[in-house]
Design a protein. Sequence first.
Lengths: 79, 154
Amino acid sequence: MTNLEKYNSVFCETLQIEENKLAGLNYQGTELWDSVGHMTLVAALEDAFDIMMETDDMIDLSSYEKGKEILRNAYSIDL
Amino acid sequence: MDYNQIIEYQADRYPYLFFDRVDELVPGSYCVGYKNLTMNEWFFPIHFVNDPCMPGYLQAEALTQICALTILSLPGNKGKTILLLSCDELRLMKKVRPGDKLVLKTKLLSYRHGIAKGEGKGYVDDKLVCSSVFTFALSDMEGRQFPTPKQKKS
């Protein structure tokens, strides 16, 4: 599984959303991406990529695309 | 850990406490306990009238309650309530009936930012009867300010 597949899988499983709905998805853009869902998503990303996210990065993770940018730039994950 | 010790850590109470005893507990790691089922359980007379068996979602609840002890036994968490967030991959292999001893073996997979993920398996007479993967949070997370993105102004 590539890193992108892993990343997409975390979003799809945590937010119970189809992969084709991920592009353009923002925080609170789907029912399960509320505050608790956000922390569940952060925890799942940390588990999947074996990282510990900084608080500022959790706040910045405001969209599917932004998350990719954060993982690439702050955690050197090739996405 | 007997009943009196269990209720020091676990906020659920009879008739919604689904284990009688804890045999093994390593905080932050794993927990094993069991529930002895008798016809006196509140759900047997109604589920089902002529075929009493433990509802599947209560088996999932029992696994979650036992697994929750792995974080309730960590410093500062004693007696807090647990909120179930998700229950995935629930498998129910065999009916659990009056007279059965349901052994619950659970493992904490991760615990980050107050969100815990665990897995559990239930056994009767050493035979696997149920399994599940679940996510839960401490109840005080509800009122806590999560580090979340700022909401967009409309």
